[in-house]
Structure formats: C-alpha cells, structure tokens
Design a protein around this ligand. Sequence first.
Ligand code: PEP
Ligand code: MG
Length: 568
Amino acid sequence: MSDPVRLKGVAASMGVAVGTARVLAWGRRRISFRRITQGQVASEIDRFRAAVAASHAEIEVARQELAQQHGATYASILDAYLLMHGDALLIDATCDTIREENINAEWAVSRVAERLKAPLLRDGSSYFRERARDVDHVKEHLLRELCGEDRTELPGQGPVVLIAHDLTPADAVQMLAPPTVGLVTEVGGGSSHTAILARTFGVPAVVGVGSVPIEIEDDQDVVVDGFGGQVIIGASRRERSQAEARRDRFLAFLDAERDRSAVTLDGTSISVAANMELPSELEAALASGADGIGLYRTEFMCLNRPEPPSEDEQLDIYRTIAAALAPSKVIFRTFDWRRDKRPAGFDMGEDQAGWLRTQIKAVLRASEWGHVALMFPMVATVRELLDAKILVEQCRSELGERGAPCASLQVGMMVEVPSAALMAEGFARHADFFAVGTNDLAHYTLAVDRHGNQASAGANPLDPAVLRLLERTVRAAGDAGIPCSMCGDMAAHPLALSLALGLGYREISVPIRLLPLARAVVRSVDIELAGPLAHDALSCESAEDVRLLVTDRMGEGFDPAWIRQEAV
Ligand code: PEP
Ligand code: MG
C-alpha cells in the first residue's frame, strides 16, 4: 500500500470527517481523442444527444430533490445548468464540431467548452470565473454520460469526502448533503461562500490545500480535520479510528452543550443569535434556542438564478421564518451581490435597483408576521445609508398605496467596510443597529482577496488593525445607544470570541450548529479579565502576538474541554 498523502489547508468548517474519497473530476479528467469516419458522424451525434438528454434528466432529478429539501426558490440554482443543455453555443456547436471535424463527442464537447470558457476566464473577475465553472459543470455531466459512468457505482452510499478543485456555492448547496460528510478543495478561502455553506450544513471542510495529486482515486479513505486544516488521503486504520473518536467527541460536546446558557463567569448575559442561509435551517434554528436570527443571508436564494424571486415568492419565505421565530427578532439582510453570490448573466446596474425595491417591499410586508428588521450590507458612506433609508420609506408608501399592511421595522447596517468602522459615530446617528461583518472587515482592512486562494487565510480578524476597528464600532454604538452585534465568523471562533466579549460585544450571531460552542466559550470567559486583555491586544503588533497574549492570559479559564482535546 502506498504512503498516505498529507495535505494542509485552511480549516474552513469545524469538526472531523472520515469517509471515502469522491474526487470531482473537473479539470482532472483525461479523455481520449478519436477520429471518426463520415459514415459514423450521425451515430456520434445521436450518442451525444442521448448523453444530453440523460444528463438533463439527472439534473432535473437533483432539482426536484433540492426543491423538496430547501424549497422551490432554492432549487432554481440548477436552472442555469438545465438551460445550458439546450444552449446553441454549447450543444449545437458540439454537434457542428463532430460533423465538421470528424471527431468523437467527448473531444468535441471538451473543445467547445474550452472555447466558451476562454473569454470568461480572460475577464479575470471571479463573477466570470464562476460562469466558466458553470460551463465545466455541464461539460462534466455530459462527459460522465458519454463515458458511461454509472454514478451509483461511485462511493455514494457510505460517508463521502468530496475532493474538488473548487465548488461554486450552487454546487455546494447541491452536494454538501448526505452522504457527503467532508469537503476538501484545492483553492478557496475560509470565508468564501462555499465555506459558509459547509458550516451551514455542518460539513467539516479544509480549503485551499493546493494541488491534490492526480493519483488520488475515488475509493481511498480520507480524514478531514476541520479544526487544524489537515487532510490525510489513504489514512491508516489507526488514523481513521483516532479521527472517528475525535469526531464523536466534538459531536457529543455540541450535543451536551445544546441547552446551556450564555452567561459569562461574572454573570453577564450574552445574546447568541443564529446566522441562516436557507429556509431548510428553520427547524434547526428553532431547536437551537437561538436568540433570534442575527443575519439571514438572502442572496443565497439568487444563486445561479437569472433574476431574484418575485416579491410574493420572497414574502412567502420571509414571513414563514418571521412567524416561526416570533417574538424573537429576524434580521433580513438585503441581497449582498458581490462576486460568487451574484445572479447569473445579469448586468447589475439598473436591474439591481429594481430588485432591491422588490426585496424591501417583501421584507416590509413580512414585518406584519413577526419581529423583523432590515439590514443593508457593504455600506461605505453615510450618504449610502441615508439613501437606503429613503428607499425604505418610498417602498413603504408604495405599499401603503397598494393597501398592503406593514409594521414598523428597524433599519440597520452591516459594519464590514473599514470606512464604516472609522466613521461609526456618524453612522450610529442614523442606523437603528449595527451588525459587524468581520469576514469582509478583515479582508478589506488587510487587503486580502476574500475569494482568492490560500492567501485568504491571511485576513486574520485577530490583527490589531481589525481589533481597533471593532472596538471603535462597538464604542460608537454604545455611545449612541444602538445595538451592535457581531455576525461574522470571528464570533464563532473561541479565541476571537473571548476578545470580542472583552471589547464590549454583548450580542453575537453564529452558524446554527456552532451555537452550543459559542455559548460554552461565553461561559468560560470572565469579562473582568477579558476587558483589560482585549484593550492590551489593541497595542500588539501582529495577530500572532494577540493570539499568544490571549492564550497566555486566559489560560485554563478560557479553554473549554473540547479545545484541549481537539486542537491540533
Ligand atoms: C461578513 O462579512 O462578516 C458577513 C457576515 O457577511 P458575509 O460573510 O455574508 O459577507
Ligand atoms: Mg460581508
């Protein structure tokens, strides 16, 4: 037996997974070139058309499964793939290539796909890179059909660890479901939206591991360590059973902590709300005892859709969630359309304004059904916030003219751009609340591309520059008497959370699955100690110095049992 392959990447979703590899062949598949005779052209085209039909049928089934699981709105992420099965530029062009160049269908479809992708990749923006991935996705489906691969023969029954170059968020919604228990990607950062979805689905993930050796095959045993960012492919029996024990300890820890309180050692109560991306999380949100929803990322309903859902379709989703969680508060964030979250194929300019109005109206109408708040992402100037508030009032009066009832609601903003944190005092005069997005704030402050490769791990929210912005924001909110929560990933990280509490944060919002962990960390913190510690951290020179300072000073008191057991 050959030696195990050990890879190191960014720990993107906590937990340990043990399963069999399923290597997604995108970009790795080797296909053969075959010249065909003129007499074989018709049957080769028939073979290709049959593959198109079979692939379409397979994606249609997946779409129905998604609809059942997450609702019809979210199932439409696969519509773009279905549409491409009738696309002249891909399908007809492949038939033409078979006919004109006398080559086999596998080679022809690959060549056509490469031609389609070239201008998308040349553009360089991650938006067009995602569209190129859509082309790859469909090409992969077609190749699988052409090569006669039976998906049921893949290790689809037991626990599966997906190994991919990258996953789009749309792929992630579809694939991070049982039997998938773990995810490994060659590229990507810890706060990419695919990583967010891994956390949503509770799938341990390591991203940005660099090139996975081409010899890795589907049936190998894989261990994914989502705490330390390590992956072992071809793990020994001993490594597997050790990993299984660690996996079970963490799950038991989450289970045991499920119903415990969020009060610090000195008796300070902390509000721990949940982040949500999909309506299918509602049951888990209710069961978790979360103090409301601190961030509902609405843009996930637009993944790969040509345009967002209608006002009524959105209302349906918002009011279901608001009513179920009432009287707890649900904060709906308007679509955050950047990079990998944008709808497919649309110019964001003019359409975006109309879509925003539609969305605001749906949220305003949903406010009749529960305790609803509206939040704007990526606000960079006070003018933008004031314009957003004017828009809300315009939408409210348009609804009034239509006779549609809507309750009053708070309008707040994400603080996730450095300018917003620096000008927090000014924003606090106009916003009803702040929610701090540490993911973007860290990346923008430290000039690291959030959607880039391994480098994304470099945007460390423990960096003193980020901590200073966090301190400034919570202080400004306190002075103005408005709530200020933290809903970025920092709030779910034990060491960082203890600092946030020390800086004065009393409301946090974390992925549902990590609520028990966040509460346990809260219970292990003494604000009397964490306060001075956090303020000393502001004078450190680096994130590493901050980390050492915290571990040195908080010691055992901060270190809940699972960290001692699980840290790598
Ligand atoms: C953030 O930036 O921290 C945040 C919570 O928003 P998102 O991760 O959706 O960009
Ligand atoms: Mg953000």
